[in-house]
Design a binder for this molecule. Structure first.
Ligand code: NAD
Ligand code: MG
Length: 395
């Protein structure tokens, strides 16, 4: 390819967005920032624009667009500022773009990520919720457009690295017995069960190994993150839910493993720093420096494993059930979880009620076919409404 690759970073102000820009900035000869988006921390977005000089920036509303546009112009930048979901879809699919980092959190990332997929881009997928919600449609769009989908989630990136190059022929056909998905167990792995009633958002967001956005931090504490990742793995690698086993590995050094029929088990190891999977996907199939220090196994000293406890982590069980049910069940699981996590972060519900809300939504509402984007979005809306009603009744 001639000249640097042009990259759009959706969700540039977030944890993954910032790590992406850190890697990109180490390789100016390889990468050039085409567009950056932000939703809330717009002063930070301005700083990122000044540093990376994108052609476009995307913000949520007209007023912020005017403010950002004027201050960038005053600083001598020609960055054009676009607005809302339409702006996100535009910078995700523009003909000049080579690769899109999909790092918006939650369902809000679905349409822009799909726009990148449909435009046949190289799509670096951090926004797992988009794939969980619309898996069948999403993967169909990948195959139809020829988009190159590379997983950023550290576990899926690890699995991708451990699978044979021709894994798309099928797991069984390529000798894969199962996928072993590792989980840290989060901050409440050893908290007495009764004490979970009292845990705070601050405690839930204080992850022992990873520094991440607030939503995924709560998901890690409840292990819904692993549940979403189980569904994500099924779509990415064409696996059945029972082919994916979850194991708790508190050190977060092994990022996941692949078990082959001959008894070989391949693992990918590394320091828990998202710049490794980001650099891997950016440069794939080459390798580049990510800024992550080399793994010191003498300092790690030991690697532990344990089975997840269903009583402690009911969200993992709910996600597995949704994976098995298929159709719109994962979209509803995800939507109910987004509402429940936001309510927990606002201190409106206790931590164990996150699972109660999701369980309620999945029991009340019948799931259907996820055959179109409309089906998925209306399942998402129904699940949000039901979760909202649950919250109302609780007051
Ligand atoms: P974050 O909260 O730090 O950042 C989220 C980004 O999305 C921000 O740029 C924010 O401005 C933007 N955003 C939020 N709501 C939006 C909306 N309604 N419309 C448009 N943009 C919006 O989150 P994060 O930790 O960077 O996670 C991003 C995604 O990557 C999530 O899907 C998460 O599950 C996934 N992921 C994150 C990590 C990690 O280590 N942080 C690891 C694996 C996967
Ligand atoms: Mg992960």
């Amino acid at each position: 390819m001639s000249g640097p690759q042009r990259i759009t970073v959706l969700g540039a102000t977030g944890s993954i967005g910032l790590s992406t820009l850190d890697v990109v900035a180490r390789h100016p000869e390889r990468y050039q920032v085409f567009a950056l988006s932000g939703f809330s921390r717009l002063a930070e977005l301005k700083v990122l624009c000044l540093r990376h000089r994108p052609r476009y920036a995307v913000v949520p509303d007209q007023r912020s667009a005017r403010n950002l546009g004027e201050s960038l112009k005053a600083a001598g930048l020609g960055t054009e500022v676009l607005v809302g979901e339409a702006g996100l879809c535009e910078v995700a699919s523009a003909p000049e773009v080579d690769a899109v980092m999909a790092a918006i959190v939650g369902a809000a990332g679905l349409k822009p990520t799909l726009a990148a997929v449909e435009a046949g881009k190289k799509v670096l997928l951090a926004n797992k919720e988009a794939l969980v919600m619309s898996g069948a449609l999403f993967m169909r769009a990948v195959h139809a457009s020829g988009a190159v989908l590379l997983p950023i989630d550290s576990e899926h990136n690890a699995i991708f690295q451990c699978l044979p190059a021709d894994y798309a022929r099928g797991l069984a056909a390529t000798g894969v017995r199962r996928i072993l998905l590792t989980a840290s167990g989060g901050p409440f792995r050893e908290t007495p069960l009764a004490a979970l009633e009292q845990v705070t958002p601050e405690q839930a967001c204080a992850h022992p190994n990873w520094s991440m956005g607030r939503k995924i931090s709560v998901d890690s504490a409840s292990m819904m993150n692993k549940g979403l990742e189980l569904i994500e793995a099924c779509w990415l690698f064409d696996a059945r839910p029972e082919q994916v086993e979850v194991l708790i590995h508190p050190q977060s050094v092994i990022h996941s493993l692949v078990d082959y029929v001959d008894g070989s088990v391949l693992a990918q190891l590394g320091n828990p720093d998202m710049r490794t999977p980001i650099a891997h996907a950016l440069a794939w199939p080459e390798r580049i420096d990510s800024g992550v220090p080399p793994l010191d196994l003498f300092a790690v000293a030991r690697l532990d494993f344990q089975a997840p406890d269903i009583e402690r982590f009911p969200c993992l069980h709910l996600a597995r059930q949704a994976a098995e049910a298929g159709g719109t069940a994962p979209a509803m699981l995800n939507a109910a979880n987004e509402v429940a996590v936001a309510a927990f972060l606002e201190r409106r519900v206790r931590f164990p009620e996150i699972a109660s809300i999701i369980d309620h939504v999945l029991n009340v509402e019948a799931t259907g076919e996820a055959s179109s984007l409309d089906c998925v979005l209306s399942a998402d809306a129904r699940a949000r409404a039901l979760a909202g009603q649950w919250l109302e009744r609780r007051r």
